[in-house]
Design a protein around this ligand. Structure first.
Ligand code: ATP
Ligand code: MG
Length: 572
């Protein structure tokens, strides 16, 4: 392919709205163009790289025994009513009506559609296990689309669904997908770390996310360098620390006008935030409960939701707080509270603490939680922070940031129950199929590669997913001898199956060098009159500072060897 005949334009300046390096580079290198918030066009180079990622995904899915199919993106909302997810998805799902006023959705994911399909197609244990996948556009009305392809309204996902006869068999399908994911990200040149994850609205029992470590990542990750435990912060647990507090005097009320937040309290009582017990009132599926965490910690709503087995937990509104505590927001406390009270495990044995008094402008001091309040249960409810201890080995945990590129779930029978997806076992009895689902954000993965692999000059593509493997800079496009060398080298490389992009523009060499670095193909070859006079073409890796002068007749073989070496290094 020749630059002079392509729709590619690199930009000197960063696009204004881009906050992270990969977004800036994808736009500047001419890979994507924005239509509007969260909607992007893949330009020819971007599409080539995307298709290479998709090809790797496809090869590994096929290798793991999954069959490709393609389901409609437009789905009847009635399916989502049957699974009970129509309400749970809320405004995150695009909804529209067809001409018969039937409510439809643009699929954010396909558990409902695939389970309905498989319920109709499979009826015997002989047809199981069955794993299907598709690579398809998904739609999500994200609250805050940002970071280019990272969080888009329309994006391409690879979604796989497995159906099995038993939980044990489903575990094997899960493991096969987990292993395939490890291979996919390795082949894409990405260091993606599997971490334990929350199952969110999709439901199910167990899941892992594949995270690309990056400071710009939207997810917090908890990591134990000692034993390898790693989890999304939403899910992460921590070891219980031993109760430390001693006995304390009897409780006493203290007037605290307008002192509602922990910061206000710290200023008022001039002591550390950990001396306070924060009492948070929640509605769990509409029923009020209280959750307690130390004043210096945040409550993890995912943990509370899991503990209560609730579909939805939300902070109670002002009137509810007033009704159940008898006080305005900011003065709730566990003493005398007639509600189920769940306390973070670190509050076990807590004494001489300060809490709200369930009375306007009043707090209570000298609270001994076990003595003065009725705690329903002590559980791990706080968000894990730096310095907390590993739940597996007790060593200190570290906090990192990551980009979620893939997610594997054990779903159990959540969806097969809703859609009555049953099969006849070898004794002729009807049983529910056991399901798993597995997603990769193909477009997000592409950008995560750029986020992980770039320098100040531009992108550094891993050889497996580069838009082109070689960029061949034709420095003197009017010089017939140089053109002839470039032409024949292009053909030789193509004959070896190496894709090459020729920069044949009438531009200064400096411009071409800069653009080659920005676009970031792994191998740069320079054909120019000066080099040829010295004996050949310059061959350089994007990652190295110096080039080799290679005689023209050896160039294709030398480049072929470099490609093989780069490929072998990726698959190691
Ligand atoms: P997130 O927590 O980032 O919103 P999710 O957990 O809702 O993602 P899943 O339902 O697990 O996403 O979807 C599978 C994969 O699809 C994710 O691992 C991610 O790579 C990708 N993905 C999800 N939402 C988006 C989006 N808005 N834009 C681009 N990719 C996305
Ligand atoms: Mg996810």
């Amino acid at each position: 392919m020749r630059w002079s005949r392509t729709l590619i334009a690199t930009l000197r300046d960063d696009p204004q709205e881009a906050e992270i390096a990969s977004h800036k580079l994808m736009v500047r290198a001419g890979l994507i163009r924005k239509l509007s918030g969260g909607l992007y066009t893949f330009m020819p180079f971007g599409l080539r790289a995307l298709q290479k990622v998709a090809r790797i995904v496809r090869e590994e899915m096929d290798r793991a025994g999954a069959q490709e199919l393609l389901m409609p993106a437009l789905q009847p909302a009635e399916l989502w009513e049957r699974s009970g997810r129509l309400a749970a998805m809320g405004p995150g799902m695009f909804r529209l009506k067809d001409r018969a006023a039937r409510l439809m959705t643009l699929g954010p994911t396909h558990e409902e559609v695939v389970t309905e399909l498989i319920a109709g197609e499979i009826n015997s244990y002989r047809q199981l296990p069955c794993t299907v996948y598709q690579i398809q556009t998904k739609f999500r009305d994200e609250i805050r689309p940002r970071f280019g392809l990272m969080r888009a309204k329309e994006f391409i996902m690879k979604d796989t669904y497995s159906f099995d006869t038993s939980f044990e068999a489903a575990d094997a399908s899960y493991q096969a997908m987990y292993d395939a994911y490890v291979r996919i990200f390795t082949r894409c040149g990405l260091a993606a770390r599997p971490v334990e994850a929350d199952t969110g609205d999709i439901g199910g029992k167990w899941s892992h996310e594949f995270m690309v470590l990056a400071d710009s990542g939207e997810d917090g990750i908890v990591d134990c360098p000692a034993c390898g435990y790693a989890a999304n912060q939403e899910r992460a647990e921590r070891a219980a620390a031993a109760p430390a507090d001693a006995a304390c005097p009897a409780i006493a009320e203290v007037s605290t006008p307008d002192t509602r937040t922990v910061d206000d309290l710290v200023a008022h009582f001039t002591c550390g935030a950990d001396r306070f017990i924060k009492t948070l009132l929640y509605l769990a599926d509409g029923k009020p409960v209280a959750a307690l965490v130390p004043g210096n910690r945040d409550l993890n709503e995912h943990k509370l939701k899991r503990l209560l087995g609730a579909k939805k937990v939300e902070l109670a509104d002002e009137p509810t707080v007033q009704k159940v505590t008898g006080a305005p927001v900011g003065f709730a406390g566990p003493v005398g509270l007639a509600l189920p009270v769940y306390a973070d495990q670190s509050l076990k044995g807590a004494s001489d603490r300060i809490t709200g008094a369930n009375k306007a402008d009043t707090h209570i001091v000298h609270v001994d939680l076990a003595r003065d309040a009725a705690v329903t249960a002590y559980e791990d409810l706080a968000v894990v922070g730096a310095g907390d201890l590993c739940p597996r080995c007790g060593k200190v945990l570290q906090l990192k940031r990551g980009i979620e590129v893939g997610h594997v779930f054990k779903l159990g029978t959540k969806y097969t129950e809703s859609f009555d997806a049953k099969y006849l076992n070898d004794k002729g009895q009807s049983e529910l199929m056991v399901m798993g689902c597995y997603g990769i954000g193909v477009t997000r993965t592409l950008q995560a590669i750029v986020e992980q692999s770039h320098d100040a000059d531009g992108i550094i593509w891993p050889v497996s997913v580069a838009p082109f493997t070689v960029s061949l800079l034709l420095l003197d496009p009017k010089d017939a001898a140089v053109c002839a060398v470039a032409d024949s080298l292009e053909k030789e490389l193509q004959a070896r199956g190496i894709d090459v992009f020729v920069d044949d523009r009438e531009e200064r060499p400096g411009v071409k060098f800069k653009d080659a670095d920005l676009i970031g193909c792994p191998i740069r070859v320079v054909a120019g009159a000066k080099g040829l006079a010295k004996g050949g073409v310059e061959v350089k890796l994007r990652t190295s500072k110096s080039f080799d002068l290679v005689p023209v007749e050896n160039a294709a073989a030398a480049i072929g060897k470099l490609v093989n070496d780069l490929t072998a290094a990726l698959n190691k």
